[in-house]
Write a protein that binds this ligand. Structure first.
Ligand SMILES: Nc1ncnc2c1ncn2[C@@H]1O[C@H](COP(=O)(O)OP(=O)(O)OP(=O)(O)O)[C@@H](O)[C@H]1O
Ligand SMILES: CC(=O)N[C@H]1[C@@H]2OC[C@@H](O2)[C@@H](O)[C@@H]1O[C@H](C)C(=O)O
Length: 398
């Protein structure tokens, strides 16, 4: 038998595994590296986040990724070259983190690598009948495994699609296993480039839980921060804080079929981008807005679409606890606009639940790999978009 298969088998039988989860999202800010110690599986999963780092992407790498990112037409050669290049780079970033932490690669059981999403196309978006939901992540797992000499799980989203999902959001699995609490209605709100939330009802019923994207989080805000401020983002919402919301423009932004579609649903910067904003400006005769007013309206757009989505699943006389994560939780203008519209809800961060909110998505992939190794027994019922499957493909280092 291949010694690597024996090794995988031994890892699967261990009472506790050390798994490095990787996530690099739609913001292209960097690679989140979360070293987790995980025991159990399914609803009995226990995660200790041992170490966490975000390895920033330099400007050249961001520019390289942007040449193929969320675009209908690209140079195919560039995509082909980036696939192994990013895999190898992510491998090197892991090794650098381990070195800084004083940990040997041989002490890690597996890597769980999300890769870099370059295109996301649910059917509702591409509208081409014969084609299924589709999504593409690059940074191939074989290169991560070869670079680190650690067995690597990757390409988590295809199995989800193969079983009728849109390939995202996958957060529901990790959130249910890590954060579900009997007797407490919880909303896990992640505000990355795209915002999403997981609904975890107090009765702990797995067939009721789901995660849905709500629309933009920071992705459009970042695009205009680059344009107006020449910075990667509007730090602490400083520019937005100086502006006034333009209601005609806001209404035009909110007019899109995505917002009326049932849950769970997904989207990406393929839809919510500068072109989307310019088109809404044209429709609402608001092309000459001051940068601050434009930014204030865009923040309100993210906040309102998050709030509207949450209101669709919650009931008036029940108590809900919202736990925030993702970079948007650091923007007080965004969080303020959300909290102001949900006065009866309590707000905190996932940090209170033991997982750093900046690390949460990277931890999710560690949990998904753990589930592929040691779990796979939880039924999420028959809801479209939450198939009861395990995810991730295995790459051996040699
Ligand atoms: N201090 C801050 N003020 C305002 N915004 C901030 C601040 N810190 C982080 N952000 C926002 O958070 C973003 C990064 O968030 P995060 O790393 O969660 O995104 P991501 O993982 O790429 O996205 P996704 O969840 O869509 O995959 C930044 O691009 C910025 O918009
Ligand atoms: C296709 C893709 O990469 N989607 C991401 C993105 O970032 C946030 C949101 O859009 C979410 O749907 C998803 O990631 C998280 C980790 C998820 O699958 O739950």
């Amino acid at each position: 038998m291949n010694a690597q298969i024996q090794k995988l088998y031994d890892i699967a039988r261990k009472p506790e595994r050390r798994i490095i989860g990787l996530m690099s999202g739609t913001s292209l800010d960097g690679l989140d590296v979360a070293l987790c110690r995980i025991s159990g599986s399914g609803p009995d999963t226990n995660v200790l986040l041992e170490r966490f780092a975000t390895v920033s992407y330099d400007d050249t790498l961001k520019a390289d990724i942007r040449t193929v990112f969320a675009k209908i037409e690209i140079q195919f050669e560039q995509l082909c070259l980036l696939n192994p290049y990013i895999g190898r780079l992510h491998g090197q970033m892991i090794l650098n983190c381990l070195h800084a932490w004083g940990i040997e690669p041989s002490e890690i059981d597996v890597v769980a690598s999300h890769g870099q999403t370059v295109y996301h196309a649910p059917k509702s978006q591409h509208r081409r009948d014969k084609f299924p939901n589709a999504t593409l992540q690059i940074g191939d797992g074989d290169h991560v495994a070869a670079e680190t000499q650690i067995i690597t799980f990757s390409d988590f989203r295809q199995k989800h699609i193969a079983h009728g999902g849109e390939g995202a959001p996958l957060a529901v699995y990790g959130d249910y296993f890590m954060f579900s609490k009997a007797g407490e209605n919880r909303i896990l709100l992640n505000m990355g480039g795209i915002a999403n939330f997981t609904y975890l009802p107090a009765d702990g019923n797995a067939s009721e839980v789901f995660t849905t994207d709500t629309g933009p989080g920071n992705t459009i805000l970042d695009a205009y921060a680059r344009k107006f401020l020449n910075t990667p983002y509007d730090e602490n919402g400083a520019l937005a804080a100086q502006g006034k919301v333009n209601s005609n423009f806001l209404q035009a932004l909110k007019t899109n079929l995505f917002f009326d579609a049932p849950f769970p649903k997904t989207t990406g910067p393929e839809v919510f981008n500068v072109h989307y904003v310019e088109e809404a400006q044209a429709r609402s005769q608001s092309k000459d807005l001051l940068p601050a007013d434009l930014m204030a309206t865009l923040v309100q757009f993210s906040a309102d679409t998050i709030v509207d989505a949450i209101k669709r699943v919650t009931r008036e006389h029940e108590t809900y606890h919202v736990y925030m994560s993702g970079g948007g939780m650091h923007n007080p203008i965004l969080t303020g606009a959300i909290q102001q519209q949900l006065p009866a809800f309590s707000f905190g961060r996932t940090d209170e639940l033991g997982i750093n909110g900046d690390a949460k998505e990277a931890v999710l992939f560690a949990v998904l790999a753990n589930e592929s190794l040691a779990g796979g027994n939880t039924s999420f019922g028959n809801r479209q978009g939450v198939p009861s499957v395990t995810m991730g493909k295995v790459s051996f280092p040699r």
